[in-house]
Design a protein around this ligand. Structure first.
Ligand code: NAD
Length: 434
């Protein structure tokens, strides 16, 4: 659960006008989908199928507050496409959750699983609520009631949730327990991102950041650069950003700047990442970190550096600031950090963007490993998890780069092409049940 962080928060979301013009999340995703579908000359019937979510569930989530009052929240679960396997995707608890956003995120999950070629479809879920205003007991009741509301779709063979914004391994444990109580036996494989002691996977916590490091290393090599001495700026020092920064530093990179909700910190000689990790482990935020200069979040995004890792939230590189981005490589640790309009600007500037559906797919890849281990009842050591993750991430990067060369398109469109081609192939082989 992300802790509420008080203090000066520099809001870097685009203004409302830019947001409305640039970013209906579903339409923004579909813009890239359309470009890729056109290049693939996707069959018009399949195009219609792939543009449409398979199932959209809306449930009421009534709970008793600790005060004895009844509160009713709205919960969503969208299964976007399950042609390649069980639906896979996180559950977020946030007051800003909308069905449109959940649909977009579910579609993203479909393409992400296909890019790394793991046998899952895509899903996403959410409850419109503010967990920061709830007690732990209320949060547990929301989780259990929401789980029972969507229980008909859940299952290791049909729909497998994971943590997302404001949900964590604690919440996954409650979902697993609720589902198992209904089934009358323990079903660990119904969720991923669980505590390791109850069937979670070693290496899952670090998997997304590790994947970012691996594909960034490949991107740099493609440009004739090395990770050693690469100058890196990381936006967001949470799970993804802090692990990516740490592993890149261990590979010899110089981390010039990192940021979180409370501000951005810069050191031209390179930040001491273990020291920053110790600082945030104690305080849960970067505010007040003494061994660096403070800069603004906007300055971090436009720093003179080799690699920029946006690993905080969506829509941070927009048509307004893309022109000022000086990084050679952008590794999208977050989902949707770059708007479609910004993409065009970055491309014209020659910035090499590793798109989110590839860059942050390390997380879902190790979720897949967790599901495999749960179903096999046999658990791997961390070295095995990391080695298999590296093999999938590097192979996926190479495949997307090959498509990018072959079709002379950027890595984002190439990644969508790989994904859509894989999902479409599965539909063609399975045929239409009509
Ligand atoms: P997190 O909550 O652990 O960390 C988010 C970080 O971003 C925090 O340090 C927070 O302070 C910071 N942040 C928030 N607003 C900011 C702002 N305006 N400016 C600068 N920093 C800001 O979340 P996470 O799990 O690291 O996820 C980050 C992103 O990566 C999200 O987009 C998420 O969907 C995506 N992602 C995460 C995973 C995963 O396995 N955790 C997998 C795939 C994608």
């Amino acid at each position: 659960m992300s802790e509420p962080v008080m203090g000066a928060t520099e809001v870097i979301r685009p203004d409302k006008e830019t947001f409305l013009a640039e970013e209906n999340p579903f339409e923004s995703m579909m813009e890239r989908f359309d470009d890729a579908a056109k290049l693939l000359e996707l069959d018009p019937g399949l195009y219609k199928v792939l543009r449409t979510p398979e199932k959209q569930i809306i449930v009421a989530v009534p709970i008793l507050r600790d005060s004895g009052e009844v509160e009713v929240y709205t919960g969503y679960r969208v299964l976007y496409n399950t042609s390649r396997g069980p639906a896979k995707g996180g559950i977020r608890f946030d007051s800003a959750v909308t069905l449109e956003e959940v649909k977009a995120l579910a579609a993203w999950m479909t393409w992400k699983c296909a890019v790394v070629n793991i046998p899952f479809g895509g899903a996403k879920g959410g409850v419109v609520c503010d967990p920061n205003e709830m007690t732990l007991a209320e949060l547990e009741r929301v989780t259990r009631r929401y789980t029972s509301g969507i229980i008909d779709t859940l299952g290791p063979d049909s729909d497998v949730p994971a943590p997302d914004v404001n949900t964590n391994e604690r919440v996954m444990a409650w979902i697993m327990d609720t589902y198992s109580m209904h089934k009358r036996h323990t079903v660990t494989a119904v969720v991923t991102g669980k505590p390791v002691v109850m069937g979670g996977s070693l290496g899952r916590r670090e998997a997304t950041g590790r994947g970012c490091m691996l594909v960034t290393r490949q991107a740099l090599a493609r440009l004739g650069l090395a990770m050693t001495d690469a100058r890196v700026a990381v936006q967001g020092f949470g799970n993804v950003g802090s692990v990516a920064a740490d592993l890149m530093a261990k590979e010899g990179a110089r981390i010039l700047a990192v940021s979180d909700k409370t501000g951005a910190y810069f050191n031209a000689k390179g930040l001491d990442i273990p020291d920053l990790l110790a600082w945030t482990a104690e305080r849960r935020h970067l505010r007040g970190y003494p061994k660096a200069e403070t800069i603004t979040n906007e300055e971090l995004l436009t720093l003179d550096c080799d690699v920029l890792v946006p690993a905080a939230l969506e829509n941070v590189i927009t048509k307004k600031n893309a022109v000022k981005v000086r990084a050679k490589v952008i590794c999208e640790g977050a989902n949707g950090p770059t708007t479609a309009l910004a993409d065009d600007i970055l491309e014209s500037q020659g910035v090499f963007v590793i798109p989110d559906i590839l860059a942050n797919a390390g997380g879902v890849t190790v979720s897949y490993f967790e599901w495999v281990q749960d179903r096999g009842g046999y658990f791997w050591d961390e070295e095995t998890v990391n080695r298999r993750l590296e093999s999938i991430m590097t192979r996926s990067f190479d495949e997307v780069a090959d498509w990018s060369d072959r079709y002379k398109v950027n890595m984002r469109i190439a990644a969508y092409m790989v994904a859509i081609d894989r999902v479409a192939t599965m539909h063609k082989l399975r045929g239409m049940y009509a």
